[in-house]
Structures are given as structure tokens and as C-alpha cells.
Design a protein around this ligand. Structure first.
Ligand code: NAD
Ligand code: GLY
Length: 372
């Protein structure tokens, strides 16, 4: 097992990474607030890992209730959030009940937001079971739900007391979801860690094959980057944390425009990263070779490099509700060079329009069947 710390003033917390951690109650017990636990999960993950987790807790004398939600990004809604609140109340959960999010990013965001709002905030533990959740969403305290007008527009910062990443759970993850997680791993290399980007370039095929050593190393390096960024800018006020959103302004537009769930988050981030790279090239920051390098990385993973062709005006409309909009101006995370991202308000509309124009070869039919 490897352990990292998210070094937040007042409330640092550990990220444990390793195989078989779900069987270790002693890793969880010190982080429970009281004796009550409510596990929030979905039907898919419950069938695989709910009993093992409940049994682990029981061996330490801890009984838990389970709240099992429908599976999918399409359920990351206020209706599902209220369902969690309702069930927490029905089970008579209290201020000292610890909510455990067992699942991917959708469950982590939903359960986290429920924990942030139930009784004005109850303790939270994240047990991520997708690659994306292990390398990104379970760490850093962003929680929330989608709104018909945009991704993750309603939410709160609510840090977990513990992140427990059992890498064995990734064995059952479907290939498409596994690939989507690699998209967020590549992101860390692109925005701030050139040595890691080069390491990924050399080990990408082994990572896609889920080689245990390479996978653990990739999760560790991704979490190290995430923990450092979160410690520097917990509430995304200084611009440092915003850099984690490379590809996300375009990506969120792709997810919302295609209908939540049709594009996986990591897939939309991959195609969005290529659009951000194109814009960076337009501004003279990246070379054509740099953009080709990023495209090849995504292709080797099997991630989409072309975005749905919604047209320039629809993209601009979809991006107008992005959380990085400030004083009505879109802000983009772009690449000054490989391994060096910046947050900029200075992308001229002409450059953006050129990148979003369908004659740039970066687009496919907007029909979800033609993804990839
Ligand atoms: P997801 O939660 O939908 O999980 C993907 C699929 O894998 C689901 O069908 C799920 O049931 C299934 N699954 C989960 N674990 C499994 C396992 N071990 N074996 C088999 N199947 C398993 O998707 P995701 O990619 O994990 O997360 C995407 C979400 O995360 C998006 O909503 C995105 O906005 C959010 N996100 C949040 C943050 C953050 O900082 N809070 C960061 C990145 C992404
Ligand atoms: N995934 C972006 C963030 O946590 O800030």
C-alpha cells in the first residue's frame, strides 16, 4: 500500500492506494465519526463490492445501511440527491453518521454533495472504484450534480476524511470506462508534470493493459499531482486549481450537448483537450508536433480525438454557463507548452471560432453512435 496526504490546513487526510484495501477495516475505522455508516452506491457497484465492504465493517463491529441508486451520469440530478437525503432521514442518520461513497465519480459527486448538505454537513469517506475516481474525482472535495443548463453547476466543497483506492476493484471496470480514466491521468502530465507525461508516453500500452505495477504508479503520480494542486488552492480562488480543468470547458459542452451519459466524462475531456490544444496552437503556443503528440497519446489509449459537430454558435451557447466564466468572459485553460498550462481570458473570438469551425477536421457527426 502507498499513502499520500492531502495537506489541507486544519484537516489533512490520507489517500491509501493498493490492492485489496477493501478488506482492511483498520484503514477505515479511525476515520469514522461515530458508529453509524451509510454507504451510498449504485446497482452495478453494489452487486460487486457492497457485501465485501459491509462484511469488512462488520468484522470490526460496524453496521451500515446502504443507499443503492440507479447507475449513470443521467442520474446525477437533484432528484437523486433528494432520494439520498430521504433515505438518510428514513434510516434516522445523524450528524455523526459517516457517509461512504462507494463507486465512480458520479456516486462520489452525488454522495459527497448529499453529505455536504445533510444536516448542514456530515463526515464523508470516498471509496472510488473507477480509474477516473481513483485519480481525480475522489480527491479534493468537489461535489455536486448536473443541471440541464450545464455540468456540475450545483455543488459544494466538502472534503473527505479518507480516500481508499482499492486497485483490485479496477479489474471489473469495463474497458471503455478504464480508457476514460486515462484521459484524466494524461491531463496531469500535460498541465504540470512533463516527466510524468514522458513516463506515460513510454508505458501507455502497459497502462491500457492494466499492468498492476504501471497502473499503481500512474494512480500514485496522478494523486500526487492532484493532492499538490488541491493543497495550493483548495477553493479554486487563485487560478492554480482551475488548471485541472484542461479540456473541460469544451468537454462539459460536449457532455451537455450530446445528452448526459452519451459521452463519458473522460472521453469528452479527451476530445476537449484536443480542442484546447488546437486553440493553444492558434495562439502560437503549441507547435503542430505538440498537438500531434497529444492526439497520438489519446489514439493509443483508444480515446476520441474528434468532437461532435454542434456548430460554432451552439458550442458558444453551451460554454457560456461554464463555471470559469468571469464577468461574462470565457476563461480557458490552455497549454503554453507540453507540461505547462495557463488560465487565460485572452483567447480572441476569431481564434475560438476558427477552432470550432467544422472545416478544421476536428469534428464528427453529432450523432452519439459516431463517437470515436
Ligand atoms: P461513473 O461514476 O459513471 O462510473 C462509470 C461506470 O463504471 C458506471 O456504470 C459505474 O457503475 C461503473 N463502475 C464503477 N466502478 C466499477 C467497477 N469497479 N467495476 C465495474 N463497473 C464499475 O463514471 P466515472 O468516470 O467514474 O466518473 C465520471 C463523473 O465524475 C462525472 O460526473 C464527472 O463530472 C465527475 N468528476 C468529478 C470530479 C471531481 O473533482 N469531483 C473530477 C472528475 C470527474
Ligand atoms: N477535477 C477538477 C478539480 O478537482 O478541481
Amino acid at each position: 500500500m502507498k499513502t499520500l496526504t492531502v495537506d489541507l490546513a486544519g484537516a489533512p487526510y490520507p489517500i491509501h492506494i493498493g490492492p485489496g484495501l477493501l478488506n482492511h477495516p483498520e484503514l477505515i475505522l479511525p476515520h469514522l465519526a461515530g458508529s453509524d455508516v451509510a454507504i451510498v452506491t449504485n446497482t452495478t457497484v453494489a452487486a460487486l463490492y457492497l457485501n465485501p465492504l459491509q462484511n469488512t465493517l462488520l468484522t470490526a463491529g460496524v453496521r451500515s445501511v446502504a443507499i443503492v441508486l440507479p447507475d449513470g451520469e443521467a442520474y446525477k440530478t437533484r432528484e437523486t440527491l433528494y432520494q439520498i437525503h430521504d433515505e438518510l432521514l428514513t434510516h434516522r442518520c445523524e450528524r455523526k453518521t459517516t457517509v461512504i461513497a462507494l463507486g465512480g465519480g458520479v456516486i462520489g459527486d452525488l454522495a459527497g454533495f448529499a453529505a455536504a448538505t445533510f444536516l448542514r454537513g456530515v463526515p464523508l469517506i470516498q471509496i472510488p472504484t473507477t480509474l477516473l475516481a481513483q485519480v481525480d474525482s475522489s480527491v479534493g472535495g468537489k461535489t455536486g450534480i448536473n443541471h440541464p443548463l450545464g455540468k456540475n453547476l450545483i455543488g459544494a466543497f466538502h472534503q473527505p476524511r479518507l480516500v481508499l483506492a482499492d486497485t483490485l476493484t479496477l479489474d471489473t471496470l469495463p474497458l471503455r470506462d478504464f480508457r476514460a480514466g486515462i484521459s484524466e491521468i494524461i491531463k496531469y502530465g500535460l498541465i504540470r508534470d512533463l516527466p510524468f507525461l514522458n513516463w506515460l508516453d513510454h508505458h501507455l500500452e502497459a497502462l491500457v493493459q492494466r499492468d498492476p505495477e504501471i497502473l499503481s504508479q500512474a494512480i500514485l503520480d496522478a494523486c500526487r499531482n492532484k493532492a499538490e494542486v488541491v493543497a495550493l488552492d483548495e477553493f479554486e480562488t487563485t487560478g492554480v486549481r482551475a488548471l485541472l480543468n484542461l479540456g473541460h470547458t469544451f468537454g462539459h459542452a460536449i457532455e451537455a450537448g450530446a445528452g448526459y451519459g452519451n459521452w463519458l466524462h473522460g472521453e469528452a475531456v479527451a476530445a476537449g483537450t484536443l480542442l484546447a490544444a488546437d486553440l493553444s496552437q492558434h495562439l502560437g503556443w503549441l507547435s503542430p508536433n505538440d498537438v500531434a503528440f497529444i492526439e497520438t497519446l489519446m489514439q493509443r489509449v483508444g480515446l476520441p480525438c474528434r468532437a461532435p459537430n454542434f456548430g460554432v454558435s451552439r458550442y458558444l451557447e453551451l460554454m457560456a454557463s461554464d463555471k470559469k466564466v468571469e464577468a461574462g468572459k470565457l476563461r480557458f485553460v490552455l497549454l503554453k507548452s507540453l507540461g505547462h498550462a495557463v488560465l487565460t481570458k485572452d483567447a480572441p473570438l476569431e481564434a475560438l471560432t476558427a477552432v470550432l469551425s467544422s472545416d478544421q477536421g476536428r469534428f464528427i457527426d453529432a450523432n452519439p453512435e459516431s463517437r470515436a
